[in-house]
Design a protein around this ligand. Structure first.
Ligand SMILES: Nc1ncnc2c1ncn2[C@@H]1O[C@H](COP(=O)(O)OP(=O)(O)OP(=O)(O)O)[C@@H](O)[C@H]1O
Length: 220
């Protein structure tokens, strides 16, 4: 896929696969085109050329998309006056999902005790957990996460690592864009590195090698 914004070629003839049953780290310098790529995968930005597909199907053609793909994008906006429970319930109803899902995803992200507090009073880390809970509502087989560790404290980061690892081990695809290489190093099975909108490296990653070294070699 390629994407130009006026004269800026944000993504330039980029092609890669995200395997199932694995955590894929999606890396690249500021402005490399990561967010634009994720937004194309999620049908939020139309490619200038090429296409993206989730389990072989373009996002726009997915039947009940929340049951295929869950996404956490940067700076997710919530209505501050709603509680976490009310937000999730509204999303659940809109997506036609079972009533048990809200309690389940609140428990999944360890937000049960804050379920009835107003989101306006949430910390950044709590918002990240709520964004992840929203992404999980439809039990998607694919998770797309843009900087999901942003705002999490060390305990939260450790929890997120375990969660994503477990989600991938259940056979799901987890695509994570991040700059925090030491965090993703511990759970990545597959790595895709881009810069200047182009693919610089992609392949399996066994964790023996320092991800930072690989990154600096190909993107630095
Ligand atoms: N809506 C837009 N209009 C114009 N230019 C854009 C738009 N969105 C992104 N760009 C440009 O496309 C390029 C890639 O941006 P993108 O946000 O995809 O990079 P990124 O890898 O996610 O960066 P970061 O790590 O800083 O979040 C940048 O040059 C950016 O300025």
């Amino acid at each position: 896929m390629s994407k130009s914004f006026g004269r800026v070629r944000a993504v330039d003839d980029l092609s890669f696969d995200v395997p199932a049953g694995a955590v894929t780290a999606f890396l690249g310098p500021n402005g490399a085109g990561k967010t634009t790529t994720l937004r194309m995968i999620l049908g939020l930005v139309a490619p200038t050329s090429g296409e993206t597909a989730v389990a072989g199907v373009p996002y726009r053609d997915l039947d009940r998309p929340l049951e295929h793909v869950g996404a956490v994008l940067e700076a997710t906006a919530f209505h501050p006056g709603l509680s976490a429970y009310q937000h999730l319930e509204a999303m659940r109803v809109a997506a036609g999902l079972g009533s048990e899902r809200v309690g389940q995803v609140l428990a999944d992200v360890d937000l049960g005790t804050a379920a009835h507090r107003r989101i306006g009073g949430f910390s950044l880390g709590m918002r990240q957990r709520l964004a992840l809970a929203t992404a999980l509502l439809g039990r998607p087989h694919t998770l797309v996460l843009d900087e999901p560790a942003n705002g999490l404290d060390p305990t939260g980061m450790r929890w997120l690592r375990g969660f994503l690892r477990g989600y991938a081990l259940d056979g799901n695809s987890v695509l994570v864009s991040t700059h925090v290489l030491t965090e993703i190093q511990q759970i990545a099975d597959h790595v895709v590195i881009i810069s200047g909108g182009r693919l610089r490296w992609s392949g399996p990653f066994d964790g023996d090698r320092a991800l930072e070294e690989l990154y600096l070699e190909v993107a630095g």
